[in-house]
Design a protein around this ligand. Structure first.
Ligand code: PLP
Length: 400
């Protein structure tokens, strides 16, 4: 028997982290790689946030803070939910964590019993199923195909629910597809959930500010207030304010759950680093102009990458409504032969071919639960987007 616990052996390292390591390795060998795997904004954290953090350090914000977060940050998060989402939460319904990632993990750790089912619509952010497994739950993957915009429909949800269903995880805007649920679509899912009071919903809204449609992002807790006592809304500063390295997320929901999550955190990380919390206060309460500017930068890149990919025979790319990813189909490349004589049998073969033949790093749809697709992040410069797509086009043209 292994020294390691079964729940540790049940999970694998994040594929996007692994891809980053592979790109770094190839670059260290001197290869010129266009990297479309990156899941973070390419910009630095805005200067006023960095200055605020430095001021906080000089003012002595260098100690442990309350587990759920500093009073100033909890108030800032409360204000953000009210201002941007029309949601009112008491301060005891809010918690901050080491990224949205820790909060999602902690919510599951605080609630999932062995064998509890967690519905994860696919394509999914790679961490959800593994986080469920790490907490001895059972991920129930439901495929949401492209014909439905990669979105969960009420019927598919209804069919997936059992008496053991504990959670549904929703992610809008979505990583990896960029799908965004409209208000009406969330309301239709809420109708199903109202019939199944055992099911709680974790809604991951980390890409909220990267929504390219007319309407602001619809938040489930606002659309369906009847579900308030079982919706956990998760968000953070990573993507909205280019603050991935600060590691700060926040969540709001039912008091009992928030309290249990705080107890978990009190026994693992104690609290988020004080300086990161101070920086997040500045991000959430300071000048918001940069958020809209970043959105317009991403929109231009999105339009460009979609157009360039759709011009490549064999690739078909839908226009994402949010986030900074495209998820094109590579169905028409399968069965083709590379100049080295290898037949491309699946999306991972396509990924490896593009890396070897074109020096372009992308991720395979298989890792996200729906094939045959690849994921490209457009959180990179316009010139890299153009260079990368040009290389992909040339590599595809060499297939027979
Ligand atoms: N949720 C989704 C869908 C993500 O794509 C990511 C990061 O890639 C996260 C959560 C994690 O965000 P954080 O940096 O706040 O932990």
């Amino acid at each position: 028997t292994s020294f390691l616990a079964a729940r540790a052996l049940a999970i694998k390292p994040s594929p996007s982290m692994a891809a980053k390591a592979r790109v770094d390795q190839l670059r260290s060998e001197g290869r010129d790689i266009v990297d479309f795997t990156v899941g973070e904004p390419d910009a630095d954290t805005p200067a006023h946030i960095v200055e605020g953090a430095i001021d906080a350090l000089r003012a002595g914000q260098t100690r442990y803070t309350p587990t759920a977060g500093t009073a100033a940050l909890l108030k800032a998060v409360q204000g953000k939910f009210e201002r941007e989402n029309g949601l009112r939460f008491g301060l005891d319904q809010i918690i901050v964590g080491v990224g949205a990632k820790q909060l999602i993990f902690t919510a599951l750790a605080a609630s999932v019993q062995e064998g509890d089912e967690v519905i994860v619509p696919a394509p999914f952010w790679v961490s959800y199923p593994d986080m469920v497994l790490a907490n001895e739950g059972k991920p129930v993957i439901v495929v949401c195909d492209e014909a439905n915009g990669f979105k969960l429909t009420p019927q598919v949800l209804e069919d997936a629910i059992t008496p053991r269903t504990k959670w549904l995880i929703l992610n809008s805007p979505s990583n990896p597809t960029g799908a965004v649920y409209a208000k009406e679509e969330l309301a239709a899912l809420a109708d199903v959930l109202l019939r199944h009071p055992q099911v709680a919903v974790l809604t991951d809204e980390i890409y909220e500010h990267l929504c390219y449609g007319e309407a602001p992002m619809a938040s489930l807790a606002k659309v369906a207030p009847q579900l308030a006592d079982r919706v956990l809304t998760v968000n953070g500063v990573s993507k909205a304010y280019a603050m991935t390295g600060w590691r700060l997320g926040y969540a709001a929901g039912p008091k009992v759950l928030i309290r249990a999550m705080a107890t978990q955190i009190s026994q693992n990380t104690s609290c988020v680093s004080a300086v990161s919390q101070a920086a997040a206060v500045v991000a959430l309460t300071g000048d918001q102009a940069g958020v809209a500017e970043a959105r317009e930068t991403y929109r231009a890149r999105r339009d460009r990458v979609v157009a360039l990919l759709n011009a490549i025979p064999g690739i078909r790319c839908a226009v994402p409504d949010g986030a900074f990813y495209v998820y094109p189909s590579v169905q028409a490349l399968l069965g083709r032969r590379t100049p080295q004589g290898k037949i491309l049998a699946n999306d991972l073969d396509v990924v490896m071919y593009l890396l070897d033949a074109a020096g372009v790093a992308v991720l395979d749809g298989a890792a996200y639960g729906l094939s045959p697709y690849i994921r490209l992040s457009f959180a990179t410069s316009m010139s890299q987007i153009e260079e990368g797509c040009d290389r992909i086009a040339k590599a595809c043209a060499q297939l027979r």
